[in-house]
Design a binder for this molecule. Structure first.
Ligand SMILES: Nc1ncnc2c1ncn2[C@@H]1O[C@H](COP(=O)(O)OP(=O)(O)OP(=O)(O)O)[C@@H](O)[C@H]1O
Ligand SMILES: [Mg+2]
Length: 219
C-alpha cells in the first residue's frame, strides 16, 4: 500500500504540487497522466522518498516517511522497484551485472544473486543479452533492463517515471504488454506517462495531474 496524505511541495516561484492525496492498494495499476510540468515526477519522487514534501505525508507499506530518517530511506525504498526518467543503467557493467549489482549491494549469496538475476532477466526477455553492455542495447531493451533491475529484489510495487518516453509505437506497446504481465503476476504498478492511450484495454486506474493538483476520473 502506498498513500499520499495532503502532500505538497513548492519549488521556486510557487511551482510544484499542492495537497495531493491518494491511496494505491496492493495489486493496483495506476497511471499518473498529465501534461509537461503538471507535477507527475514531483508526486512520484515524493512517493519513493527522493523528495520530502513540505507539508503532508507519504506512507509506503507500513512506513510513514516523515518518521523515517534519511539514513533509513534506502531500506524503505527497497520495497519499491524504482525506474526514474533517465534509467541510470551502469554503463561499464554488462546486462547481467547491472542486475546482479542489486544482490551484491543487499549482501545476497552468489547463488541467490544468480538465481534471482537470471529469473528476472528471463522474465523481461533479456536472457539472450546477458553479456552485452547498455550502450549496445536498443531503447526497448534498455527499458527492459531497467525493469529487470527494479524487480530483482521482488518489490511489492514498480514505480516508473515515463517508462515509454522516446519509444516508437511498437516498442512502447511491447513494454506495456510486459507491464501487464508483471501486474498480472501480482506486482502493483504506478507510472507517469504522457501516453495514456497506449494503456487502453488494460486494467489501469487513471489519476490526472494538472497544474500541481490531482484529480481522479476522466480528463
Ligand atoms: N527541481 C526543481 N526546481 C524548481 N522547479 C521545479 C523542479 N522540479 C520541477 N519543478 C517545477 O515543478 C512543476 C512540476 O514539475 P514535474 O517535473 O513534477 O512535472 P511533470 O508532470 O513530471 O512534467 P514532465 O511531463 O515534463 O516530466 C513544473 O512547473 C516544474 O518546472
Ligand atoms: Mg516528469
Amino acid at each position: 500500500m502506498i498513500e499520499l496524505m495532503r502532500a505538497s511541495k513548492t519549488y521556486d516561484r510557487g511551482r510544484g504540487v499542492r495537497d495531493v492525496s491518494f491511496r494505491i492498494n496492493k495489486g493496483e495499476w495506476v497511471l499518473l497522466v498529465g501534461g509537461s510540468g503538471a507535477g507527475k515526477s514531483t508526486i512520484l519522487r515524493m512517493m519513493y522518498g527522493a523528495l520530502r514534501p513540505d507539508n503532508g505525508d507519504v506512507i509506503v507499506g507500513s512506513h510513514r516517511l516523515s518518521l523515517v530518517k534519511d539514513k533509513d530511506l534506502p531500506t524503505v525504498r527497497r520495497l519499491l522497484g524504482i525506474i526514474d526518467q533517465d534509467l541510470t543503467l551502469v554503463a561499464d557493467r554488462s546486462v547481467y551485472r547491472n542486475v546482479s549489482l542489486v544482490g551484491e549491494v543487499l549482501g545476497w549469496t552468489k547463488k541467490q544473486t544468480r538465481v534471482q538475476a537470471l529469473r528476472v532477466l528471463n522474465r523481461v526477455g533479456l536472457h539472450a543479452h546477458l553479456d552485452q553492455y547498455p550502450h549496445n542495447l536498443s531503447r526497448g531493451e534498455m527499458r527492459r533492463l531497467a525493469i529487470a533491475r527494479a524487480l530483482v529484489a521482488q518489490p511489492f510495487a514498480l514505480v516508473a517515471d515515463e517508462p515509454l518516453i522516446h519509444l516508437d509505437h511498437e516498442t512502447a506497446t511491447s513494454i506495456v504488454e510486459l507491464m501487464a504481465k508483471i501486474h498480472a503476476q501480482g506486482t502493483s504498478i504506478v507510472l507517469a506517462t504522457h501516453r495514456a492511450e497506449l494503456f487502453d484495454g488494460y486494467p489501469v486506474r487513471k489519476l490526472y495531474v494538472e497544474n500541481g493538483e490531482l484529480r481522479e476520473g476522466t480528463p
